[in-house]
Design a binder for this molecule. Sequence first.
Ligand code: ATP
Length: 288
Amino acid sequence: MKKLSVKAPAKINLALDVLYKRSDGFHEVEMVMTNVDLADRLELSELRYDGIVLESTSGFVPDDKRNLAYQAAALLKERFSIKKGISIKIDKQIPVAAGLAGGSSDAAATLRGLNELWELGLSYDELAELGSQIGSDVAFCVYGGTAVARGRGEVITPIDAPPPCWVILAKPSIGVSTADVYKRLNTSKMVHPDIEGMVEAVESKDYDAICGKLGNVLEDVTLKLHPEVRQIKEKMEQLGADGVLMSGSGPTVFGLTRHESRMQRIYNGLRGFCDQVYAVRLLGEKNP
Ligand code: ATP
């Protein structure tokens, strides 16, 4: 029986803008996204019988058809009339409902892995198109690396990787509903981040400009709902991060630094103050 292991990295948003609410109910967004080296690992193994069996090491994610990785497998099975069974084991390392696209990345990794295991021969463009039926962030996660995402998040333009640096991620022990944050967003009262400027900063590997251009229009909404997110931002700034921003709809906050000693200081300063803290590297390069 064939078996395959796939990595599903988390993403952060270096910039996130919302342009307007569309007539289909979705928001038109413009985001600069990049992968970080914090990843779930998925083991995909063929079963002797038809069906999808899912297990995860986290008690916080569903193990049935509500799981996005399950939905990815079901979509491929249905679309290509595959009568084989598959077991999906998720070693969950990415915090759940955190703004780090953990579920979307698991779905994308499942699409990439099953494309190989079942020898479907689909391109990343085709997988991304399928993935966007599952969730808006799945398309980015299919390609990985660094990209501008437009539309409702599914129109992907890959860009060069940012320069290497440390990313400290801190998540308070609250979950944030992305739908709720978007619902509370007042699109007429927003300070829009400079998306073009961020793309230029990333592509020219200008670390200082990247730190200067970090921006997320969802931040104000989540900070108002959860004051502890603001406290974490302030703490990271005090500890010396060069740039600090909330990722996605939150509540995870990330801070950037190029120096290992500074990374240690920020990491140690946040532990004890915050539930989940990680110090990882920017990945930024596309999936092979
Ligand atoms: P995004 O940044 O794309 O908004 P997120 O990091 O905020 O995503 P996820 O961790 O993807 O959020 O989880 C959101 C919800 O999706 C959770 O409440 C969880 O129950 C559900 N979910 C379904 N499948 C998964 C999965 N494989 N991993 C994590 N959550 C999942």
